[in-house]
Every structure is written in C-alpha cells, then in structure tokens.
Design a protein around this ligand. Structure first.
Ligand code: AMP
Length: 593
C-alpha cells in the first residue's frame, strides 16, 4: 500500500496541486481531509480561511503522547516514514484532542495598546519593511491557521520587524527579552520557510542513515537555549506552530534521562530545541547531525555565555558539520549586547540586521513598581501582609537570593497556611517541572524562586512579583519584574529594600523614573548620596531610551571596528514611539569602550 505513496515524496513547489485527487487516495488515516474545513477551537469563531485540506496526501496513523513537557506528552506523531513524504506546505488532518491540548491556554487580559508603544529600531543595510499585521506577509496556510488557533490577533513589536527580516532570508541580531513575543518572532518565519521548502536533503540523509540501522537525525532547524525551562517553553511554542504540519519538533536538555530523549529523537526530528551541553552529548553519540541545519537560532545568547556555554556553542556551530554562516540563516536573541555577544555576532552572523526592542514592562509602564524599605528581620511579616492583600487566584512570584533561602521561605509560608512551592538549582528536573505546573495551574499560586531557576520562564499571568531579596544587578531586576505584565498585561512588582541594597540604588532610581513610577523620597536621597560617594566609578550600565543595547555599527568608532565589514547602514524605520535616543552606555567591541 505504501508503494504509491512513497512515489509522492517531497513535491517541489512548481509541481504542487497538480494532482490533488490522486493524492487524496492516499488518505488511509481515517480523517476526512477533503471536508476538513477548519473551525476555530474554543471561542468558535467560525470557519477560518486557513487549513483547507483539499488535495492533502496523508496516510499512517497518529500516535499520541510520548516524550514531552511535564507529562503533557509530545505532539501526536505520524509513526510511518510517510510522514515526511508529500507536500510540506499543505496541512495534515485535524486532531481535535491535540488541538485542545495545544491551544486551550488562555490569552486574556492582553493590553495591546500599552504593548504597541514599545519602541523598535532596525539598523543594517537594506532592512526589509516591517509589517503591521500577520496578513502582510505570506506565511502559508499552516502557520496562518496556527496563529488563528493561538488567538494572536496581531504581531507584537518584535514580530512586526523580525518576521519580514527572517522571511527575507536575512541574518538577525535582536536585543529583545523574554515576554516580548520573540519566540514566535523566529518560529513563525522559520517554520513557514520549512513548510514552503520541504525537508530537502535532510530527509534523504535520515533515510540513508536508517538503511544502515543508524537512527541519526538531521534537523533542519536548531534552537539553542540556556536552560531546560526555556528550552521546554520554546518546544511548546514549536509544537503549536508545527501543528498540522510534517515538521516534528524535539527538545533535549541536561538533567533528564538521555535514553528517553534519544528514543524521542529517533522518531524523527526536524526542528530541535536544545541546551548546548546536552546537544554536544547527542552529537558525540551520533544521534544528531547538523549537516542540513539551515536555520540556527541562539536564544538568550547573553545568558548562555554567562553560564559558560561558549565552548559548547562554538563546538556546535563552528567545529562540526553545520553549514557555515552565509549558507545557513542565523538569528541571535539577547537581552543585552555586551562585547562577548558582539564577538559571537561577528563570528556567526552574515550581513545582519540589528533590532533593538524597547524593554517590555519597565518602559511601557504596564508594571506598577513599588519599592519599600523593609529591614531583614521584618521581611517575612511584611510578605505575609502583602500576600493576605493579594487575591486568592492571583499568581505571585517571590524572588530570593539563595537556594537555602528559597527552601526556608517556602517552608515558612507553608506553615502559615499558604499553598506555595519553590524552584531552585538544587531541585531535580522533575521537581522543578512539577512545581511549575502547580504554579501555572494555580494549585500553588505562590512560587518562591531563585533568579537562575526562574530565568526565561514564561508564566504569563503572574500578577505580582515580589523581590523579597533585591538583586545586585539592575539587568536582573528588569528580568525579574518582566515576569509580570507579560505581553501587555498589567502587573505589580514590589521590592524590599534595605541597607544591603545600596549598590543598586542609582540604577533602580533611573528605572523607576524612566517608567514614570512613584519614587520614594528616601530612594532619591540615597541615590544622591551614593552617586557622590562613587562619582568616579564610571557610567551606569543602563542604556537610555529603554533599549537593552544598540547597534555598535551605528557609532563612528564601531562602523568598521575589527573588520566587521563596516556595514553601518542607515538607521531604518524607527517605529512604535520613534527614536527615543540611545545616548551613551553602549559597549563597543575591540577596545573602543
Ligand atoms: P516570549 O517573549 O516568546 O516568551 O512570549 C511571551 C508570551 O507572549 C507567550 O505566552 C506567547 O504565547 C505570547 N505571544 C507571543 N506573540 C503573541 C501575539 N502576537 N499575540 C498574543 N500573544 C503573543
């Protein structure tokens, strides 16, 4: 039965839709593809223009569950090799159970008006025009259908710029944070391109390999992320946007059973989300080949370098079989753009567009920031007061400095009768996932976390972030409060401040002023004193205008620095609030600082 289906392998674009009725014969899956006009899930918006399955060639069967996030199971899988065959640009049949699982999360309370104010600047030569709506760019039936299912009504600022840039096959360096919608900003155009182009040689390579009993996989796209939590979040988004496609996303990360991950990979892997250490391990075991990896994404690149992953990243990108820059397309996302990241950008990117996306939250004023003076000894009772004033259903994230502190505080709150849980580096992967699930579901609406454990987490409806212990670094503060007020939602961030937090005073004051928040007078006086004490300490690390960084190629010194190709093209499309002025504070490469 397979024989006539195998003949229909990958259909190049110019031959598509030629023989729809014959393709239809292949459907032995039990889905009535011809009549499968898609209806929006949930708040049933009626028939969508997308996901019209005419002429779809599907056979085999769906296999549910399997490896995946916290017991949620992986995507339902095509288990026959025929999954890869056929026209990749056409949607596979609908699967209501999976649709429900992937898209039932709510997206309510989005304050897009606020969100739209976030400024974006794109620099670099011949920067493609930004879009205003998802319809402005052709991403194909599958992607448009999944955008509708995700109930994304319009692109976020980073998406407006990144999507057309990536669609135009340009490399991209984007300074944007988690919470800005950056995951979809790269997943949508990359997946759309994979659907259009089909698997190409990666498919044949995997099949050839399979003949000799080896099960090496050749992903077409690789996303590197610093932590398992972030990797899982990206994977979850990838599952959404690969729904009803032939692309099978996988995720691998350290601290979890490698055998299970290998078995999952062996079932097919077209888009791989990975933490660097675990990926190197998989490559060395011969489970992953990057020979046909046409799309490389480095997410939270600054965090990966902070965590010491540079050798592994270079091993993956430069010292193996991945196509070189210029051949593959490379996208880097980073909240900041320090020297080390600039060097990585120079080594990995070709003629790239630089995107500076304004800070989410702190500049868009959708987070109310309160700083209160609380002595160490009073912190616990102050916290109880705050919690008792918080609605029962609201999610509250409490940051502490140490793992021990997290355990102790969780214990304390538990004894006080609060349903709470905690995540920190000493907790096992299983415990962390369990804690996150309990928090997200509202079973334990209070989560005590250390900064590292909470890095990059997309917990979308946190109402209140409490800095029980303030960090010493303002970037970290911005990251933390960014856990609330996500994607335009309104949020509250309360920070306990005392004598121990002197080093963050000035930067904290700047942030509060920039975000038009109430500034306690004692903080102003302290900042004044502090500045005078340390007036020779150099510039603040903050960038003005609410951006995390700027394109060093825009500066006179940076234009040709160190043989970067001196592209310093004109500034392009100052949008969403316009050019707010970057001012000083940029890190320049190669001794210009
Ligand atoms: P990220 O910055 O990628 O972590 O995204 C933060 C959250 O925003 C995720 O929960 C996304 O599902 C959501 N999101 C991304 N893009 C959009 C959009 N265009 N409309 C509504 N929500 C979005």
């Amino acid at each position: 039965m397979l024989s006539f289906c195998v003949a229909g392998r990958y259909i190049p674009p110019h031959l598509r839709n030629k023989d729809a009725s014959k393709n239809g014969e292949c459907d032995a899956s039990g889905w009535n593809t011809a009549k499968d006009a898609y209806t929006s899930f949930g708040n049933n918006r009626g028939k969508s223009a997308f996901f019209n399955d005419r002429g779809n060639a599907n056979r085999g069967r769906f296999e549910h569950g399997g490896f995946g996030n916290g017991g949620g199971g992986g995507n339902s899988r095509w288990v026959e090799e025929s999954r890869d065959d056929g026209d990749w640009s056409k949607p596979t049949p609908r699967n209501e159970r999976l649709e429900h699982e992937l898209f039932s999360g709510s997206n309510t309370g989005i304050n897009f008006e606020k969100y739209d104010d976030i400024p974006v600047e794109a620099t670099g030569q011949n920067c493609p025009q930004h879009i205003e709506s998802f319809q402005d760019v052709d991403m194909g039936e599958i992607i448009m259908g999944n955008i509708a299912l995700s109930r994304y009504t319009r692109p976020t600022p980073v998406q407006k710029y990144a999507i057309p840039i990536i669609k135009s096959k340009r490399d991209l360096m984007a300074c944007a944070q988690t919470g800005s919608g950056k995951t979809a900003a790269f997943l949508l155009p990359v997946l759309s391109q994979i659907y259009t182009d089909g698997p190409g040689e990666a498919l044949n390579a995997a099949k050839e390999n399979g003949k000799y009993g080896r099960r090496k996989q050749y992903p077409i796209s690789l996303v590197l992320a610093p932590t398992r939590e972030l990797a899982l979040q990206i994977y979850d988004e990838a599952r959404k946007f690969s729904y009803r496609s032939r692309v099978r996303p996988c995720v691998v990360y350290g601290g979890a059973d490698i055998g299970q991950q290998i078995r999952d990979l062996e079932r097919g892997c077209h888009l791989l989300v990975a933490t660097p250490g675990r990926l190197v391990d998989m490559m060395e075991r011969g489970k992953i080949g990057l020979d046909y990896c046409n799309y490389l994404v480095l997410d939270e690149a600054d965090r990966m370098l902070d965590m010491g992953f540079e050798p592994q990243i270079r091993r993956i990108v430069e010292q193996d079989t991945m196509p070189p820059k210029g051949i593959r397309q490379t996208m880097m996302f980073s909240a900041t753009f320090p020297k080390e990241i600039q060097i990585l950008a120079r080594d990995f990117l070709e003629d790239y567009i630089f995107l500076a996306v304004g800070r989410v939250g702190s500049t868009s004023e959708n987070i109310t920031q309160k700083v209160v003076w609380v002595e160490e000894s009073d912190k616990r009772s102050f916290l109880l007061d705050l919690l008792s004033a918080t609605g029962k259903d609201s999610l509250t994230l409490v940051f502490v400095e140490t793992k021990k502190g997290a355990d102790a505080l969780e214990d304390f709150l538990y004894r006080e009768g609060y349903a709470c849980t905690s995540i920190h580096g000493d907790r096992s992967q299983r415990d962390r996932e369990e804690a996150l699930n309990q928090f997200r579901s509202g079973k334990c609406p209070i989560l005590v976390a250390t900064a590292v454990a909470a890095r990059g987490l997309d917990i979308s409806n946190v109402k209140h972030v409490i800095n029980f212990d303030l960090p010493s670094d303002i970037e970290e503060y911005v990251h933390r409060i960014g856990r609330t007020g996500r994607v335009g939602n309104l949020g509250l961030a309360t920070s306990f401040f005392n004598d121990k937090n002197g080093n963050i005073t000035k930067d904290l004051l700047d942030i509060l002023v920039e975000a038009k928040q109430d500034v306690p007078s004692w903080l102003e006086s302290l900042a004044y004193e502090h500045q005078h004490k340390s007036s020779n300490r150099g510039r603040s690390k903050r960038f003005s205008g609410g951006f995390g960084a700027r394109d060093y190629r825009q500066t006179a010194a940076g234009g040709n620095a160190g043989g970067f190709g001196g592209r310093g093209g004109g500034r392009n499309q100052a949008g969403h609030g316009g050019n707010r002025g970057f001012g000083g504070g940029e890190d320049l490469i190669f001794g210009y600082k």
